[in-house]
Design a protein around this ligand. Structure first.
Ligand SMILES: Cc1ncc(C[n+]2csc(CCOP(=O)(O)OP(=O)(O)O)c2C)c(N)n1
Ligand SMILES: [Mg+2]
Length: 327
């Protein structure tokens, strides 16, 4: 029904074929979600991750099943990568009872306790203190896991993120802060809101390990994350990685993204993570052009199949309305 992210990659030989197919699937998934939105199959918010696929896949290949992940609202594909079936993510978008949050969370609130995916958070930066709490639990229970906390560049200016990072560093908690620097917080360029030129420098204030990586290249992301995470499993210290990436679409479906130039978008598209890895596969004779085309067709069919499941699923019954809510 859909590709399952396997973690067979190791530092010497990343599973490039799996990475390629997964990125392709996520691209087609997001395009289909966008199409479904324009057909008014669902409403509310929709933030797409198109252009940022290499981050999600590169990180996931460096993780193990016991690891935890928490994110913001641009997280459909991160949820699938962590093991939530694509049809459950689509069902959640469509408000169906079979959605991973029983159809009550929608686009911004994917969740699975079983798959250790702790959201989907709509409040910018809100996932950081939760990640640190989760990392404390990992340490307290002596689990061999790490907590990955995705944050956007704009989230790096939220007060609670500073507090969370300070606590993670002070208490030596195994949380990996992955900053997806796509240069914009909604329509605002990062340089207009942020004092530092590189976001990894923020870690200096907490004496926290830090690094930076090209987020347009999946293999590079993986090769950076794997030793970083492996080290964290041993030393149980936090780490901040700034990942340089780019979103091709607007902030959400209602944003025409007029605050940036066409040339800027094209510049990144020339380094498209899927095209880049496809070219590498062909160059290394791991795949032919025909195979790349066939996999694209396959990915589109897999997404359509997931959509059929979501379409056929029922809406939550009326008596569900007041269940699993605080107030
Ligand atoms: C506390 C808070 N302030 C403002 C908002 C409105 N808001 C939603 S997304 C967003 C931009 C966040 O950008 P970034 O962290 O860079 O993530 P990206 O959207 O680029 O993935 C803002 C300001 C919010 N949801 N929460
Ligand atoms: Mg951003």
């Amino acid at each position: 029904m859909m590709p399952k992210t396997d973690s067979k990659s190791n530092a010497n030989s990343p599973d490039k074929l799996a990475m390629y197919k997964e990125m392709l699937f996520y691209r087609r998934f997001e395009e289909r979600a966008n199409l479904a939105y324009t057909k008014q199959k669902f409403s509310g918010f929709l933030h797409l991750h198109i252009g940022q696929e290499a981050v999600c896949v590169g990180v996931q290949h460096a993780l193990e099943e016991q690891d935890y992940l928490i994110s913001a609202y641009r997280s459909h594909t991160q949820a699938i990568a962590k093991g939530i079936p694509a049809e459950q993510v689509l069902s959640e978008l469509f408000g169906k009872v079979t959605g991973c949050s029983r159809g009550k969370g929608g686009s911004m609130h994917m969740f699975s306790k079983e798959k250790r995916f702790f959201g989907g958070h709509g409040i910018v930066g809100a996932q950081a203190p939760i990640a640190v709490g989760g990392a404390f639990a990992i340490k307290y229970k002596e689990e061999a896991a790490v907590m990955v906390c995705y944050l956007g560049d704009a989230a790096m200016n939220q007060g609670q993120v500073f507090e969370a990072m300070n606590m993670a560093a002070t208490w030596s908690l195994p949380v990996l802060f992955v900053i997806e620097n796509n240069q914009y917080g909604m329509g605002t360029d990062i340089s207009r809101t942020t004092s530092v030129d590189h976001l990894y420098k923020r870690a200096l204030g907490f004496d926290m390990a830090h690094s930076q990586v090209d987020g347009m290249n999946c293999v590079t992301v993986y090769e950076h994350m794997k030793p970083t995470i492996d080290k964290m499993r041993v030393d149980r210290e936090p780490h901040l990685v700034e990942v340089l990436t780019y979103r091709y679409k607007g902030h959400s479906v209602s944003d025409p993204a007029t605050y940036r130039t066409k040339e800027e978008v094209q510049e990144y598209q020339q380094r498209d993570p899927i095209t880049q890895l496809g070219a590498l596969l062909v160059k290394e004779s791991l795949a032919s052009e025909d195979e790349l085309k066939a996999w694209d067709k396959e990915a589109k069919e897999q997404v359509k199949a997931a959509e059929r499941v979501a379409d056929a699923a029922p809406k939550p019954p009326q008596d569900e309305v007041c269940k699993h809510v605080f107030v």
